[in-house]
Design a protein around this ligand. Structure first.
Ligand code: ATP
Ligand code: MG
Length: 279
């Protein structure tokens, strides 16, 4: 149900580090079309040998992503199996993960962040219409394909990657109800994660609840706590709606998009340029 890529057609370049269950490399893939060689830069994600039990989830997510297409969803070219190696072959995205990009201290404006939030909401809306749960939305899984340039009116451009392999201790991105019923992922779970991700973006990629241990994080959910609110009341309200402990009360994607649009047109851009959520 997904494209198999010959191991011989892959070329490995430098390591880009580790994921939750993976080792990540930049690389190239060669295709022969009409007798000509074509080379494409790719991202190679090799599943850790120690996590063979995640194999199914890994390939399910590869298969899912390769069947749908949206401009803000990362392209998955296919998978390659070579002996004990399981490799996912994805589109390589130039500026890497959004959290790292923001943490590197690139100063981006509020409208830049809003553009990113809107693009994520449009990807989420697409998935909602297809009744597909992503399950792993966070700034780390937003990849930056274009930096944008405000002086020239060019927006940033993001791609959402990696559905499916949310680790259960990923509080506060994982919706609270998922801790009780991990197999019961719903579209509402993604709304919660969206709220946490927007919080993260407006906090310049710094993780919510950074430095808390797992017990403290669990306690956070058990006592129905909320992340520190943004000073921007309308944004804080949207995040609160998404991160509602009652899943059924979380807004639809259409409502999220409508609210984000009204944030952009409210003319507060300059005043909030240095906006941060101080925990
Ligand atoms: P998870 O399943 O938790 O998302 P992962 O295996 O996807 O784990 P990440 O931590 O998301 O690993 O990614 C590790 C790093 O690899 C990111 O910080 C990012 O910089 C880089 N990266 C991941 N995917 C791509 C891609 N498609 N293009 C360019 N860089 C990428
Ligand atoms: Mg990832």
């Amino acid at each position: 149900q997904f494209h198999m890529i010959k191991y011989e057609d892959l070329k490995w370049d430098e390591s880009l580090g580790q994921g939750s269950f993976t080792r990540i490399y930049r690389g190239h893939k060669t295709d022969i079309r009409d007798g000509e060689n074509y080379t494409t830069e790719v991202l190679l994600k090799e599943l850790d040998a120690g996590h063979k039990n995640c194999w199914e989830s890994f390939f399910e997510s590869a298969s899912l992503m390769s069947q749908i297409s949206h401009k803000h969803l990362l392209l998955v070219y296919g998978v390659s199996v070579h002996g004990v190696q399981n490799i996912m072959v994805q589109e390589f995205v130039k500026y890497g993960a959004l959290d790292l990009y923001l943490k590197r201290g690139r100063s981006v404006s509020v409208s830049w962040k809003l553009d990113v939030a809107k693009q994520l909401a449009s990807a989420l809306n697409f998935l909602e219409e297809k009744h597909i749960v992503h399950g792993n939305i966070c700034a780390k899984n937003l990849l930056l394909a274009r930096e944008g340039d405000q002086s020239q009116g060019i927006s940033p451009f993001i791609k959402l990657s990696d559905p499916g392999i949310m680790v259960l201790d990923r509080i506060p991105w994982v919706a609270p109800e998922v801790l009780d019923a991990p197999d019961d992922l719903t579209l509402e779970c993604d709304k919660w994660s969206f709220g946490a991700t927007v919080w993260e973006i407006f906090n310049n990629g710094n993780s919510p609840l950074q430095g808390w241990d797992l017990d403290e994080k669990r306690q956070f959910y058990e006592s129905f706590q909320k992340l520190p609110p943004s000073q921007w009341a309308e944004l804080a309200d949207l995040i609160t709606q998404c991160m509602d402990y009652q899943a059924a009360l979380r807004p639809s994607c259409r409502s999220i998009i409508r609210q984000l649009n009204s944030l952009i047109t409210s003319g507060n851009d300059v005043r909030y340029t240095e906006l941060q959520i101080i925990p």
